[in-house]
Design a protein around this ligand. Structure first.
Ligand SMILES: Cc1cc2nc3c(=O)[nH]c(=O)nc-3n(C[C@H](O)[C@H](O)[C@H](O)COP(=O)(O)O)c2cc1C
Length: 387
């Protein structure tokens, strides 16, 4: 947040807030920053003499500088989280072209050779940095983690996101090959242990997040500052980041940047079926559900028929084993839903962010809008001080 001009602003009187309430700020039709940040009549001289108006006009075009932008070489401190079946070349390149860090999800590809081709496709679509997510989880294929690591290293990609259990061997291999490693985890103790393993960035998933959000149920308000306080390396906040105000909040809580999944899944460049996007758009803060809690592998999904069915099995007398649930949890079933748009038929990863998402913009528009909203939020908040 270094160099934020607002720190130096002195308003003669606090400007009147332009909006209040969720119904206003979740929309994209923000009042121009100039209008929001300009001093009220009578106080203009103070700001104008400090050259504020010129700076305000430049805000929407400004880059940001945090430890994340410097480390990853991006314009903004935003990372696209790995998303199974969704993290493909088209979306990753669009996110990177918009100034954030796009992410290919390795295990969306059937084989390491397919992954190499997907990385090549991404390079054809963007000359900006992007990364590859490698998620460590149960696997029933013959492909080993070493195979995935070898393919990623050989591809020349410079940034990886690791997630999942027992990441040490994989992290060590990536670090020895000179890659920058973002490790995504769900507890402060895991962040500390990843820091000791030598990762470059901690991505901390809070309770709101889609996918595996851990067993601790700690929300962003505490999870972000607790992690920032615990580790020395940069932290990106993950879970429930739906727009610029949420980014502003994460930065104010001490994060160096944010990790975003669901919001990027609801963009034009995401290749999921439109039925899926429309169903998620209709969701509110109660439209996600936690599954696999009884197996201590909790994950957050969109609340649809398939998800309710899994939950009912888990909660029945005697519960359910992983094998009982396996047909419903099968990854292929999830892939099919995204392809066919038959929304009730399989699990769809989604976070509580869907409560605040109303549209399906292109990534360029989304990222620019979020950064403008972030600046506006910080500006409006600072303007409430009366000095
Ligand atoms: C559809 C979907 C699939 C996901 N698949 C993965 C995955 O394979 N590996 C992973 O590390 N995280 C996965 N995630 C989690 C995201 O990378 C990210 O941590 C999470 O979405 C952040 O919360 P948010 O959705 O509120 O932004 C997935 C998220 C979604 C929405």
């Amino acid at each position: 947040m270094g160099g934020v001009p607002w720190r130096r602003l002195r308003f003669a009187a606090p400007p009147t807030p332009q909006r209040s309430g969720v119904g206003d700020f979740r929309k994209s039709s923000y009042a121009p920053l100039d209008a929001i940040c300009a001093t009220p009549a009578g106080g203009a001289g103070v700001a104008r003499s400090a050259g504020i108006f010129r700076r305000v006009s430049n805000l929407a075009r400004a880059n940001m500088k945090t430890r994340i932008t410097e480390l990853l070489g991006t314009r903004y401190p935003i990372v696209e989280g790995g998303m199974q079946w969704i993290g493909r070349a088209k979306l990753a390149a669009a996110v990177s072209n918009a100034g954030a860090l796009g992410m290919i999800t390795a295990r969306t590809q059937r084989t390491p050779d397919d992954l190499r081709r997907e990385i090549d496709r991404t390079r054809e679509l963007t000359d900006k940095p992007f990364g590859v997510n490698l998620t460590l989880s149960l696997t029933n294929t013959d492909v080993t983690y070493d195979d995935w690591v070898d393919a990623i290293v050989a591809s020349g990609v410079q940034i990886v996101e690791t997630a999942g259990n027992n990441p040490k061997p994989v992290i060590t291999a990536f670090k020895e090959a000179g890659l920058k490693v973002i490790h995504k985890c769900t507890a402060v103790r895991h962040a500390l242990s990843a820091e000791r393993m030598g990762v470059d960035v901690i991505s901390i998933d809070s309770f709101e997040a889609a996918g595996h959000m851990g067993e601790g149920d700690v929300g962003s308000m505490v999870m972000i500052p607790a992690t920032v306080q615990a580790v020395k390396i940069p932290v990106i906040a993950s879970g429930g980041i739906w727009g610029g105000r949420a980014i502003a909040a994460a930065l104010a809580l001490g994060a160096d940047g944010v990790n975003i999944g669901t919001r990027f899944a609801l963009t034009q460049e995401c290749e999921s079926h439109d039925n899926v996007k429309q169903a998620l758009l209709k969701g509110n803060e109660h439209s996600t559900i936690l599954l696999k809690r009884t197996l201590k592998r909790s994950a957050r999904y969109f609340r649809n028929e398939a998800a309710e069915q899994v939950l009912a099995m888990e909660l029945r007398p005697g519960g359910a084993t992983y094998d009982d649930l396996a047909p419903l949890l099968a990854g292929e079933r999830g892939r099919k839903v995204l392809e066919t748009g038959d929304v009730p038929s399989g699990l769809i990863g989604a976070s509580q962010a869907i409560a605040m998402i109303d549209d399906i913009p292109a990534c360029q528009e989304l990222v620019s809008r979020m950064m403008a909203e972030c600046r506006t939020a910080l500006c409006e908040t600072l303007a409430r001080f009366d000095d």
